[in-house]
Design a binder for this molecule. Structure first.
Ligand code: C2O
Ligand code: CU
Ligand code: CU
Length: 467
């Protein structure tokens, strides 16, 4: 196949029924299936055409999270796909190999739409994993691990934002891996690569292996690290990804568990004890891993991965301050529910006639307002300060960034690579640098926002142009 031949993808958003948990049938939404979507293999440098068909009964969008695409192709809130319609995206990806993802992004309803089941992996590929000898046999030693939590009623119906929900956003008590509760993973006794995506609306996971076994982080959100980082714990906030390597070479016949050691970190992220639930205060298993015998074609753990360039800012830096409004839990649940039930896109713009709950620079998301204007081709440092009483996340569209500092100190080694989403604790100041090489005009601006989806849907988002 020629390099400039257009590669086509078709995604059909539709409703269906899935078995998320044994013995229960759940109405869900998915791309090309009842829940989640196919992992798209995106060849770097080849022209692409992606057709996204909306067979749902309400309008939505599909955003390529982490992809360097122009604002017109970004699938943000402006790019609404009406029921029965198709949106066609045409672009070419030129960024390092990475595990990105895609999901809906309609104003005020991203939470319920992702919660309903719409999300999938978007794998940018340029041959780096093969060149490095990393495990790359999909489903054998290269395994997607999409982690989500859900709340189901006795009949198996998805419950979204009941009134007792805490202000962190929607959290469930069942943990799905690739759309299924408590799956068992069979892998060979060799190096195995897991591609972790926290696709939960609001929950953090502090990933660990049973027996405190160490593992190696080889990639952050948007690309490989310079060298593998050996850890025993890895905290991922909503929308963050990491690729990790497990050394299973001497473990044939054994079983281990991928778990979350939430008790160690999550309660400290908010001033209010009620912002954590039972699972935030405990450790629990996510995935059972059965190790079989080795296959012939094993990957390895290289000492060195890739070179990451150092960037130099050529524009003044910008500051962003995150704030939450004092409020009771009820109001967030009620607003989220109202948002979920709204069909008309017109009523969804925030900050008009309603009181939003979370702000950035004391501004609430408003589709009529461009909050920041950047010069095309610029490299900027952004400083984000969390003045809220709880942790938030910060995600930027259209680029990848490097974290320069957390409260003046270097970030942990596993964050020393390309990122597009970060966790920011209360009273923390984070500086990061990014290049803005794709255009985003006034009518199709990029977003920056908290990726705790109920925060994003309730005002904690802003728009920026690049021109
Ligand atoms: Cu993952 Cu603005 O989104
Ligand atoms: Cu995004
Ligand atoms: Cu938030």
């Amino acid at each position: 196949m020629g390099r400039d031949k257009v590669r086509e993808f078709h995604l059909h958003m539709a409703d269906g029924h899935s078995v998320l948990s044994d013995g229960l049938k759940t109405a869900t939404w998915g791309y090309n299936g009842a829940v989640l979507g196919p992992a798209l293999r995106i060849p770097r440098g080849q022209p692409l055409r992606l057709y996204v068909h909306n067979h749902l009964d309400q309008s939505t969008t599909t955003h390529w999270h982490g992809a360097h695409v122009p604002g017109t192709m970004d699938g943000g809130p402006q790019s609404l796909i009406l029921p029965g319609k198709t949106w066609t995206y045409g672009y070419t990806i030129d960024q390092p190999e990475a595990t990105l993802w895609y999901h809906p992004h309609p104003a005020g309803r991203t939470g319920p739409h992702v919660y309903g089941g719409l999300a999938g992996l978007y794998l940018v590929e340029d041959g780096t994993d093969r060149r490095l000898g990393l495990p790359h046999h999909w489903g054998i030693d290269d395994i997607p691990v999409i982690v989500q939590d859900r709340l189901l009623d006795a009949q198996g119906k998805l419950v979204y934002m009941p009134q007792a929900m805490d202000v962190m956003g929607m959290k469930g008590n069942r943990f799905l891996i690739n759309g299924r509760e408590s799956p068992v993973l069979h892998v060979p006794a060799q190096w195995v690569r897991l591609r972790l995506l926290n696709a939960s609306n609001a929950r953090l996971y502090n990933f660990a292996l049973s027996g405190d076994r160490a593992f190696y982080v080889i990639a952050s959100d948007a690309g490989y690290l310079e060298a593998p980082v050996k850890v025993q714990r890895l905290l991922l906030a909503p929308a963050e990804r990491a690729e990790i390597l497990l050394d299973l070479r001497s473990l044939a016949g054994n079983t281990l568990a991928l778990r979350s050691d939430s008790a160690a970190v999550v309660p400290g992220l908010s001033l209010h004890p009620m912002d954590s639930d039972h699972f935030d205060r405990s450790n629990f298993d996510l995935l059972e891993i059965h190790v079989g015998s080795a296959t012939g074609s094993a990957g390895r753990l290289p000492d060195h991965l890739v070179a990451i360039p150092t960037m130099q800012a050529d524009a003044p830096s910008r500051r962003f301050e995150l704030r939450g409004m004092p409020m009771d839990k009820m109001s967030l649940a009620q607003r989220a529910l109202e948002n979920a039930l709204h069909n008309g896109p017109a009523q969804m713009s925030m900050g008009i006639g309603r009181q939003p709950l979370f702000s950035i620079n004391n501004q609430y998301m408003n589709m009529q307002v461009i909050n920041q204007r950047l010069r095309l081709g610029s490299t900027e440092i952004w400083e984000v300060y969390n003045d809220a009483e709880m942790a938030h996340t910060f995600h930027v569209h259209g680029t990848s960034f490097q974290i320069l500092s957390r409260n003046g100190k270097a970030p942990p080694a596993y964050e020393n690579g390309w990122k597009d989403t970060l966790l920011i604790r209360r009273a923390e100041t984070i500086r990061f640098i990014a290049h803005y090489g794709q255009p985003a005009p006034d009518d199709f601006p990029y977003m920056y926002h908290c990726h705790m989806l109920e925060h994003e849907d309730n005002g904690m988002m802003g728009q920026f142009t690049v021109s």
